[in-house]
Unconditional design. Structure first.
Length: 131
């Protein structure tokens, strides 16, 4: 559990930095994207982490794993697949271009790790109860 909480905290720091980079390069989010970022990328991993020390440990691990996986898919699609202003390859020259791209990469890394650690915590909980 400590590793899962640690990756959630690191992910939050990277997400906040990436949000700053978004504003700096002038890449605005739609209302739906902003809601997804606020709820799935920021809030749910924090809620899941907070619940890891309660009787809802397994559900908490699922919350973290699924929110991190959804965040990973969202980020890959928007930063690396779709042709849009959010794609790291389409950013114009700007002092924040490289920090934007680096933070997009780091989000993908932390979200992949968070997904794996969340699933591992779910399985660890199953093994601990003999299920």
């Amino acid at each position: 559990m400590p590793a899962l909480v640690t990756i959630v905290v690191i992910h939050l720091a990277v997400a906040l930095f990436h949000g700053t980079a978004h504003k700096a390069v002038g890449v605005d989010l739609t209302a739906a994207q902003a809601a997804f970022v606020g709820i799935v990328i920021v809030l749910l991993p924090l809620v899941g982490s907070g619940l890891l020390w309660t009787k809802w440990r397994k559900q908490a691990a699922w919350i973290v794993a699924l929110s991190m996986f959804a965040s990973l898919v969202f980020g890959i699609v928007n930063h690396f697949v779709l042709a849009s202003p959010d794609n790291v390859m389409s950013l114009p020259e700007h002092p924040w271009r490289h920090p934007f791209a680096l933070s997009a990469d780091l989000l993908a890394v932390t979200e992949a790790i968070g997904t794996v650690l969340g699933v591992a915590a779910v399985w660890q909980g199953r093994a601990g109860r003999g299920n």
